[in-house]
Design a protein around this ligand. Structure first.
Ligand code: XIL
Length: 370
């Protein structure tokens, strides 16, 4: 059976497609042929004590030219899909690690770090994790899953996004938390439960709270940054074993620009709390601008550089990952609201694996890090 493409995965059929593919396939991804590693993003980041990498999927690694480019450019990987709960536990109590293990093995073979994404999220959950399951308010719904999954990968991960997208100030709560099934079932302390369970299962993986909304220059981003600082302070006061903040880094080339001064002040406060900083899902949406590709590429590179110059100027920043390495896999509708006929150019390599101006922006930002 052909491997599930992004369209399958993104349009909800991913679990069945992935499971069928996994069941029919030896979950071993061929090692890639790596050349020209001297000037790679991986090498440049490493020279500045940073990790650079990208999100990927088993179906992407089935394309050998892409696998070679990824092995050359990335020093850390994260699963775009295969470590979400609907991929790992499609049937309650039955864990399927085959695809995630294949990604971890690919990273291991190529001397790359590997990070986990994500243990607790309000989305990408299996159908059985429904209102009835939450209504029991049994904390094992959370803690047993984390123990099983973080335990399975124990010692193999650089970090975990323990909880993902916990805040959403526009939901109106004083603490800025997102209204979710996790919150309604267990209250704000579901976050505490998750971090403690993650530490118990794998004390080696850096424990990250990952979210979006702190990067931009719009008023809602000011609100998001204030809520995030308050949230982090509260967790630390409660003795929650959080170690890092993950900035997803989804930017818009033709939207609200990063306010470098506000972002710098915010990240200085995060570092002052003793937390590390990771950019976890960086890409730059180039829709809504001119059709001219050179202009789009320039705006993408400028937006990326404007953001990374501030983030990388903070000594607490340890990693930058882009949400994909190549535009090749961005043609499906859905998550990126891609309009028909428009092919996004949001990542360091284009669909033909050529380095884009965004690649150069990343390379320069790494090279200039003090
Ligand atoms: C998305 C992936 O890109 C899709 O392929 C998947 O079907 C759903 O998740 N923020 C996150 C990521 O933290 O996990 C999301 O990734 C994008 C938004």
């Amino acid at each position: 059976m052909a491997s599930p493409n992004r369209r399958d995965v993104m349009l909800g059929g991913g679990v069945a497609a992935l499971a069928a593919w996994g069941a029919g396939q030896a979950q071993v991804l061929k090692p890639a042929i790596v050349e020209d590693s001297g000037a790679s993003l991986r090498a440049r980041a490493a020279q500045r004590r940073l990790l650079y990498g990208a999100a990927t999927s088993t179906y992407q690694l089935g394309q050998s030219d892409f696998a070679g480019a990824l092995a050359r450019e990335a020093g850390i990987l994260v699963a775009e899909y295969e470590m979400k709960r609907d991929a790992i536990e499609p049937v309650r109590g039955q864990y399927d690690f085959a695809a995630a293990d294949a990604l971890a093995q690919f990273a291991h073979v190529h001397g790359m770090a590997f990070r986990g994404h994500t243990l607790v999220w309000h989305a990408s959950n299996p159908r059985w994790l429904d209102a009835a399951a939450f209504a029991a308010r049994d904390e094992r719904l959370l803690t047993s899953y984390i123990s099983a999954v973080a335990g399975h990968f124990r010692g193999r991960l650089q970090s975990w996004d323990v909880v993902n997208e916990v805040l959403l100030p526009k939901d109106g709560r004083a603490d800025g938390m997102r209204l979710s099934s996790w919150l309604s079932a267990f209250g704000p302390s579901y976050v505490d439960l998750a971090f403690h369970a993650a530490r118990a299962a794998d004390p080696h993986a850096l424990r990250v709270y990952n979210d979006w909304g702190c990067e931009g220059g719009a008023p809602e981003n000011d609100t998001f940054r204030r809520a995030t600082l308050r949230f982090l302070e509260t967790l630390l006061e409660r003795g929650v074993p959080i170690q890092a903040l993950g900035l997803q880094g989804h930017l818009a080339a033709f939207g609200s620009k990063v306010d470098q001064k506000k972002l710098r002040t915010f990240l200085d406060e995060v570092r002052a709390m003793g937390l590390k900083i990771l950019v976890t899902e960086h890409d730059v949406d180039d829709s809504g601008g001119p059709s001219d590709i050179a202009l789009r590429d320039r705006a993408v590179a400028d937006a990326s550089r404007r953001f990374l110059d501030v983030v990388l100027d903070n000594s607490a920043t340890i990693a930058v990952l882009t949400w994909g390495l190549s535009d090749r896999f961005l043609d499906a509708p859905g998550f990126r609201a891609v309009l028909s006929g428009y092919r996004p150019r949001m990542l360091p390599l284009d669909a033909d694996l050529a380095r884009t101006p965004m690649w150069s922006a990343l390379a320069s930002a790494f090279d200039q890090r003090r």
